[in-house]
Design a binder for this molecule. Structure first.
Ligand SMILES: NC(=O)C1=CN([C@@H]2O[C@H](COP(=O)(O)OP(=O)(O)OC[C@H]3O[C@@H](n4cnc5c(N)ncnc54)[C@H](OP(=O)(O)O)[C@@H]3O)[C@@H](O)[C@H]2O)C=CC1
Ligand SMILES: O=C1O[C@H](COP(=O)(O)O)[C@@H](O)[C@H](O)[C@H]1O
Length: 488
């Protein structure tokens, strides 16, 4: 038996098992791990929520959601086998007495993963309930969903409540972007290729663009989203994680602590954005009604359940700067928004121009090389290089050519592994490397809080942008002021 299977969780407790995340992502990810034979044979999955269900009706609930969200990719026989792993405990986390029935169903001496798929405000109650029944022993690990709090202070409160009963090494803070194939590939691309590692700094790179565009709107989550906004929902976690992987120094090895140490240094080196520079460095937007795929769609404040005078941002663009030796003078432009023309996430590294053009007058300045890392969809890597136009011509003619590496062309499997599969498996096996340490969360909040405070102080409404567009005009101005354009 390998070391990791000795540590593999034999019990997985899903707190919030009737919620949206469980239905859409967690059942599906566990199913795929089961089919791939990556769960230990004796594993048990215990769903916990307030809904009144027994084991059989919970199993039927899991099956129904697998059919809805995994659909074609399921095999009826496998699904029937899979749902046998599930049992159910009805429990209101606010009532500590209820944890007794959960404790009865669990073996306290078996490796157990407690997955907290609930609002973060109740993580503390769950930790208390587990502690009361000695379920916080060294066999236990806790996965906590994002967002951890809505600012630095509230994140400290949540972390403190959980840390009273669990050591940092038992706590796995999830950011599902760290489970995406292409985000992980940033580490391989940077540190396994001298072509990139030797050119990855201010001497060779002009600037970096990070775009995480979503076509979806609020999708019935207005209540949650309006309290959160795109800055807390996406920038504080996903975008800052991508930025830190792109910008970090080479870790000594791939151990979780070394990678996290390096990521943390990047976040700490981000230049502060406050009232003095917030207008120059950031743009926030909110979508108005528009068209997506030929259909009219409502504006943010016309969505179901909306209030009309909300000033919550559904779009953010930021010019971030990292004050360290490697990145001096290299801006990282980030933008993310809902209701943009398509779902499209990418990182583009813009290298510096050649200092001199010896190829005559077809170009006044040679286009610079670009490395595009397509995060999703159509995952892959593309390098734009200048190449000779084939054939005989009077003078050498050159043109831009793309070296395109699509992951679908090099992978044996047609199925893209979902981020949750990778992360749940890591947590089951006790690998914390793909999870976020408390100090990273706090450093990220510190940077974000300062921007949010500056926005609040300015009292300006977010700039409107039509649904189906690439964001407010001022986001184009943000980068155009530096004589640059967003890649489209
Ligand atoms: N949905 C998503 O796509 C994503 C979600 N997340 C995070 O995952 C977590 C869960 O989100 P989501 O599934 O959308 O939320 P939901 O509101 O859909 O589900 C929350 C679950 O927690 C249960 N719950 C809440 N309070 C209690 C309580 N006092 N006692 C017992 N059960 C309780 C709910 O039970 P009941 O049904 O009885 O109310 C429900 O099963 C959140 O932290 C969210 O931010 C993160 C990324 C994406
Ligand atoms: O965490 C979140 O992420 C999704 C986007 O995730 P993706 O994997 O589809 O890119 C976002 O829609 C949601 O609002 C946010 O909470």
């Amino acid at each position: 038996m390998s070391e990791s299977s000795l540590l593999s969780a034999k019990q997985i407790v899903l707190f919030g098992a009737a919620g949206d995340l469980s239905k859409r992502k967690l059942f599906a990810a566990l199913y795929q791990l089961f089919v791939a034979d990556l769960l230990v044979e004796e594993v048990r999955i215990i769903g916990v929520a307030r809904l009144e269900l027994d084991d059989a009706s919970f199993q039927a609930f899991v099956k129904e959601n697998l059919n809805t969200f995994v659909g074609d990719q399921t095999e009826a026989e496998k699904v029937d086998e899979f749902i046998q792993l599930f049992s159910y405990v009805q429990l209101d986390f606010a009532e500590q007495a209820g944890f007794k029935s959960l404790a009865k169903t669990l073996d306290a001496n078996a490796y157990t993963l407690h997955y907290l798929a609930t609002p973060p405000s109740i993580y503390g109650m769950i930790a208390d309930g587990l502690k009361a029944h000695k379920l916080n022993n060294d066999f236990a690990r806790v996965v906590m969903e994002k967002p951890i709090g809505h600012d630095l202070e509230s994140s400290k409160v949540i972390n403190d409540l959980v840390s009273r009963h669990f050591k940092e090494s038992q706590i796995y803070r999830i950011d599902h972007y760290l489970g995406k194939e292409t985000v992980l590939n940033l580490i391989s691309l940077r540190f396994a290729n001298s072509l990139f590692s030797n050119n990855w700094d201010h001497t060779c790179i002009d600037h970096v663009q990070i775009t995480v565009a979503e076509s979806v709107g609020i999708e019935g989550r207005w209540g949650f989203y309006d309290d959160t906004g795109q800055m807390r929902d996406m920038v504080q976690n996903h975008l800052l994680q991508i930025l830190s992987l792109l910008a970090m120094e080479p870790p000594t090895d791939l151990s979780s602590e070394n990678i996290r140490d390096e990521k943390l240094k990047v976040i700490k080196a981000l230049r502060k954005i406050d009232r003095t520079n917030v207008h120059e460095k950031t743009v926030r937007g909110q979508y108005t009604k528009g068209h997506m795929n030929g259909q009219q769609v409502p504006g943010y404040t016309e969505e179901e359940g909306a209030i009309t005078d909300s000033s919550t941002e559904s779009f953010v663009a930021i010019k971030a700067e990292i004050d360290n030796w490697r990145w001096a003078g290299v801006p990282f432009y980030m933008r993310t928004g809902k209701r943009m023309p398509c779902k499209h996430s990418e990182v583009v590294i813009h290298f510096k121009h050649q200092p001199h053009n010896i190829f005559g007058n077809s170009y006044t300045q040679l286009p610079a090389n670009k490395l595009t890392i397509r995060l999703q969809p159509d995952e892959g890597v593309e390098l734009t290089v200048m190449n000779k136009v084939p054939g005989i011509t009077k003078e050498i003619e050159i043109h831009e050519t793309k070296l395109d590496l699509s992951f679908s062309d090099i992978s044996d499997s047609s199925r893209v592994v979902d981020a949750y599969e990778r992360l749940i498996l890591s947590a089951i096996n006790g690998n914390a490397g793909l999870f976020i340490r408390r100090d990273e969360v706090e450093a990220s909040w510190e940077w974000i809080d300062s921007i949010k405070a500056a926005w609040d102080a300015s009292n300006e409404a977010p700039k409107g942008y039509a649904a189906g567009s690439w964001g407010p005009v001022s986001s184009i101005a943000l980068i155009a002021r530096d004589d640059r354009d967003w890649d489209e």
